[in-house]
Design a protein around this ligand. Structure first.
Ligand code: LLP
Length: 379
């Protein structure tokens, strides 16, 4: 339940985070992962609000990073560097050195040139860098094209056919320690088949490398578990997700399984709260114009995502009408929803755009010189 009375006095737009929803989600994931001895890392990119980060760090999860900036905020929030993984196709020398300085758990490496640079920087710093090789397993995750990461033509990872040779090259670099393999299929994956296929692909690789005398201690299956955007505050199907791996993956003795979940941990605890600036009619269409736009939440404009929209001011039995719900930004893509059925809406009404805790605030921008959104918390 969103506390409308608290919102009435507040300057909009802002993100409202329900910390009870977040805690419930974290507790659920922790207990399922602990029971299976799986390690979960939170993908910082999903939401790097300091209060949210502190909460997640406090729950004991690790962190999945993609930049030096994320490393810094993760440290500030109290994440343990020995539980940090660093992914990304374009890590700079400065970012690699910073991560080496803090002795993070593992670099998820995407190419041979990157391996060579990490090796030489580690040598300069007189240290050994733990690495995992990110494999592109050529699996279609059946999600939006912009968030599909593991098909053959994506920029991510090392092609599966090149892997044996890259493993050999890694083993020859003296300042690297090869820990294991890393995969990430994409994001907002709502069916389990792609994860099952991933398990089968990994089983084949484990057998191949075992036959060739290579033993891995870590397998990182990435993130990608989707949520139900039509049911705000609902729990992602964590149990089903983990079961896919416990039922299909043939891990060898001493191999630890890791995950990097972002969206499924934070999406449902956040709502974007906004006020209606104007209601306008143009030919046969009615528009609700909010004071939040694609600068606060870009997902509808960028991925044609639909977030549930609620008019918090309206009464349950108000008559309804059909509106396009849009933002104030000077782009026709600045639309939250087309033909949305809503209670009859007036200037000044307070709206909530739900399930916006992941990739909302973290993707906000200053475009049109707009202010970055503020945040409020349930307690
Ligand atoms: N690990 C790696 C290597 C990743 O690239 C990502 C997300 C994750 C883990 C976390 O994935 P998740 O569990 O959150 O699906 N902005 C887009 C999503 C981009 C995802 C990028 N990588 C959106 O709003 O839908």
């Amino acid at each position: 339940m969103l506390p409308l009375s608290r919102f009435a006095e507040l300057h909009t737009p802002f993100y409202y985070y329900d910390l009870d929803v977040l805690n419930r989600t974290l507790n659920c994931v922790k207990s399922l992962a602990q029971a299976r001895d799986y390690r979960v890392h939170y993908a910082i990119k999903a939401n790097s609000n300091p209060v949210i980060l502190k909460h997640i760090a406090g729950s004991g999860l690790g962190a999945d990073l993609v930049s030096g900036g994320e490393l810094k905020v993760a440290l500030e929030a109290g994440f343990d560097p020995s539980k940090m993984m660093f992914a990304g196709v374009g890590k700079t020398d400065e970012e690699i050195s910073l991560a080496l300085k803090h002795h993070i758990a593992c670099f998820n490496v995407e190419s041979v040139p990157e391996l060579q640079v990490i090796d030489s920087l580690a040598r300069e710093m007189n240290t050994i860098a733990p690495v995992a090789l990110r494999v592109n397993p050529d699996i279609d995750a059946h999600t939006h094209a912009y968030i599909t990461t593991a098909t053959a033509h994506n920029k991510f990872g090392i092609a599966i056919e090149d892997l044996p040779q890259v493993v050999e090259q890694t083993q020859r670099l003296p300042n690297l320690r090869l820990m294991g393999l890393h995969f990430h299929l994409g994001s907002q994956i709502t069916i389990m088949e792609p994860f099952q296929m991933l398990c089968h692909r990994v089983n084949e690789l484990l057998t191949y490398f075992e036959d060739h005398g290579v033993h891995f201690t870590m397998m990182d299956m990435g993130g990608g578990l989707g949520i139900d955007y039509s049911q705000p505050e609902s729990m992602a199907p964590f149990e089903q997700f983990f079961d896919v791996f416990s039922q299909n993956l043939n891990l060898r003795q001493g191999q630890q399984l890791h995950f990097e979940l972002g969206r499924a941990l934070v999406a449902q605890c956040g709502s974007l709260i906004s006020r209606v600036v104007f209601v306008k009619e143009n030919r046969d269409k009615k528009f609700v114009i909010l004071d939040a736009g694609m600068t606060q939440l870009i997902r509808p404009a960028l991925y044609q995502a639909h977030h549930k929209i609620e008019n918090l001011t309206a009464k349950v039995d108000d008559v309804t009408d059909t509106y396009d719900v849009v933002g104030p930004v000077c782009e026709s893509s600045d639309v939250f929803a087309h033909d949305e059925m809503l209670p009859v809406t007036h200037r000044g009404d307070v709206f909530a755009i739900r399930s916006a805790g992941a990739y909302g605030e973290s993707m906000a921008s200053h475009y049109n010189m707009r202010e970055l959104p503020l945040s409020q918390f349930s307690r």
